[in-house]
Every structure is written in structure tokens, then in C-alpha cells.
Design a protein around this ligand. Structure first.
Ligand code: PEP
Ligand code: MN
Length: 333
């Protein structure tokens, strides 16, 4: 719409779009309003729309993702999560153990990461393990422990949901639903987390392109759930010294293509605690909106991912070292 288009003109165009059997998605910024149109397969007469009063231009969005695209929504999306914002000027730091192992382990970790400056507590209760013989997580007991830690610290919690039928259960305990890399294209799960209307962090599949990640996000957004965060967690390449290859170029690329916040996971992408610090710093420099980092009070005893978990003191030092980097790119911690 033209700069200064009236509410009546916007309503008129929206009504015409809906009459044509299409969906209209309004994005109102300070400068201008954009009405995103999702068609029904039939051609749209762009010139007809352009002749309507208040319309500046009608352009085709050729990308396959629409709701996730910058064209539909030029402003950055900020996801509010019970007192914490993800996607704004302030970086969001999520930290905690790979798996919830016990009440003591989680409480101790929650306290130390909070003191160090983390905003959101992570911890897996349902673990998607490569081997059926590995620790599978404490299940609902783990969710209960997470809820206790939230009560004790006030920090919102993020935990993974691995199946559509578990969404109602996980939603009763968690503030953010995590869709793991192995489930990025589990469309039944994307449908269920979309319907839940709960904030979702969608992790990039280890063999997924950025476009496939954005199409997966589109599934969630198309259920009216706008609180979606993307997470780059490393992709599989021929390189074996690291667990995965952190695709840092995905950060500025995704932010150019999409308005959704981008979180980086330096833990799963490297698999080595020594690499977590440098890659976390690089992620902030590259423009990430936040980090998700595994921290364990005794990594040598961890039931999963001990090799990539930071000890509390290292995590605290890391957050301190991120401050000048955040400042250099116009962000705060
Ligand atoms: C996790 O964050 O707990 C996890 C299993 O990560 P990913 O899905 O990226 O492997
Ligand atoms: Mn892990």
C-alpha cells in the first residue's frame, strides 16, 4: 500500500482479496503496510489490484515460502516468551543440559546458567537418539523437573517434542516447543506444533537446505502460529573432525530471506566443547538473534552429549566474552 494509505483503503483491498478466494495477511510497519496474498492456484489479475485506491504496487512473490518471507513481512519478528523476547535488539541465551537427568542436576544447572546471564533454560525430556540403546530421556518426569526449575528460577523453558501425540503433554510444561533436526520435515509434528499456538524453535535438519527449513517453518506459520524461531545446528558434510559443519552463512542468508529470528546451536554443530566458545562468538558476529548452548555441571558424567557440554564456569566466561562482540554488531546481551 502507498505510504499513508487509509484504514478504509486497506480494508477494501483485503476484502477484494478474500472475495477472490485468497487469503490476506496484513503486515503493518511504521513506514508502510504490506498485504501478503496467498492464492488458490488461479491466476490473479495484478493490474486490477494495482488500480485500487491506496495500492502502490502488486508484486509476485516467486519464492515457495510466503508467510516466512521478508517480502510478506519486512520487519523482524520478535517472539515474546513469558518476559523474554527473541529477535529484538537483545540477544536471547538459552542454556542447560542436553538431557534432564535428575532434579539435582537440572536445578544446579538452572541456577548457574541463570547467574551467568542465560535467559531461557533448555533440557531434553524426550531424546531423539541415533541408537535405541542410548539414554532416551526421563519423559514426563523430565518435564515435571523442568517445570520445577522454571518455578524456582522464573526462566522460561525449552524442550523437544518428538511426536505429534506428545504435543498436548509437552505444552502443559514447556514455554517453547523444540522441533529437532531429525524431525524438521515430520509434517504431522509441524501441523501439531502449529495448532498448539505455542512458541516453536525449529532446528534445521542435518541434510536440509535453507529453503527446506523455511518451507517447514511455513507449515507452522500456515496454522496461524507466528511465534516461530529458526535454529542453525550444523549440517552433514564430508568433514569428520567436527560432529557437523556449522553453516554460519545460514545466519545472514536466512535473515535476508525471512523475518523469523535465527538462533545458533554451537554445541550440536561442533560436538566438541572446545569449539563451542569460538563458534558462539562467530555466530553473534554473524548476526544471530540468540544461542542455545549445552551446559552440564559434570560433563564427564552426562548421560548424553557430555563431550560438547560446557562446565558452568566456562559458560559464564563465554557470556562475558560475547558482550563486546554483541556491542560491535549493535546488539546487547
Ligand atoms: C537437542 O538440541 O537436544 C538436539 C537433539 O539437537 P538436534 O535436534 O539439533 O540434533
Ligand atoms: Mn544434545
Amino acid at each position: 500500500m502507498r505510504h499513508g494509505a487509509t484504514t478504509a483503503q486497506i480494508a477494501n483491498v483485503t476484502a477484494r482479496i478474500e472475495q477472490m478466494g485468497c487469503q490476506a495477511h496484513l503486515s503493518q510497519g511504521e513506514e508502510r503496510t504490506i498485504i501478503g496474498v496467498i492464492g488458490n492456484g488461479r491466476p490473479i489479475d495484478r493490474e486490477q489490484i494495482e488500480r485500487m485506491s491506496g495500492v502502490e504496487r502488486a508484486v509476485s512473490v516467486l519464492r515457495p515460502f510466503k508467510l516466512a518471507s521478508r517480502e510478506f513481512h519486512p520487519m523482524d519478528t520478535v517472539v515474546p516468551i513469558n518476559g523474554v523476547s527473541v529477535g529484538g535488539q537483545k540477544l536471547a541465551i538459552m542454556a542447560g543440559p542436553c538431557s534432564v537427568e535428575s532434579h539435582e542436576q537440572l536445578m544446579e544447572t538452572a541456577q548457574v546458567v541463570q547467574e551467568a546471564g542465560a535467559h531461557i533454560l533448555r533440557g531434553g525430556a524426550f531424546k531423539p537418539r541415533s541408537s535405541p540403546y542410548s539414554f532416551q530421556g526421563l519423559g514426563e518426569e523430565g518435564l515435571r523437573i523442568l517445570a520445577e526449575a522454571r518455578k524456582a528460577t522464573g526462566m522460561p523453558v525449552i524442550t523437544e517434542v518428538i511426536a505429534p501425540e506428545l504435543v498436548p503433554l509437552v505444552t502443559t510444561y514447556a514455554d517453547i516447543l523444540q522441533v529437532g533436526a531429525r524431525n524438521m520435515q515430520n509434517f504431522a509434528l509441524l501441523h501439531a506444533v502449529g495448532e498448539s499456538q505455542r512458541p516453536v524453535m525449529l532446528k534445521r535438519g542435518m541434510m536440509a537446505t535453507m529453503e527446506e527449513l523455511l518451507m517447514a517453518a511455513e507449515y507452522i506459520l500456515s496454522h496461524g502460529n507466528q511465534r516461530v524461531m529458526l535454529c542453525e545446528r550444523g549440517i552433514r558434510t564430508f568433514e569428520n573432525y567436527t560432529r557437523n559443519t556449522l553453516d554460519l552463512s545460514a545466519v545472514p542468508m536466512l535473515k535476508q530471506l525471512s523475518h523469523l529470528p535465527v538462533i545458533v546451536d554451537p554445541s550440536h554443530s561442533t560436538g566438541k566443547w572446545e569449539l563451542v566458545e569460538p563458534m558462539a562468538r562467530a555466530a553473534v558476529a554473524a548476526g544471530a538473534d540468540g544461542l542455545i548452548i549445552e551446559v552440564h555441571p559434570h560433563p564427564e558424567e552426562a548421560l548424553s552429549d557430555g563431550a560438547q557440554s560446557l562446565k558452568p564456569a566456562r559458560f559464564a566466561a563465554l557470556l562475558q566474552s560475547l558482550k563486546p562482540i554483541a556491542e560491535a554488531v549493535g546488539r546487547t546481551l
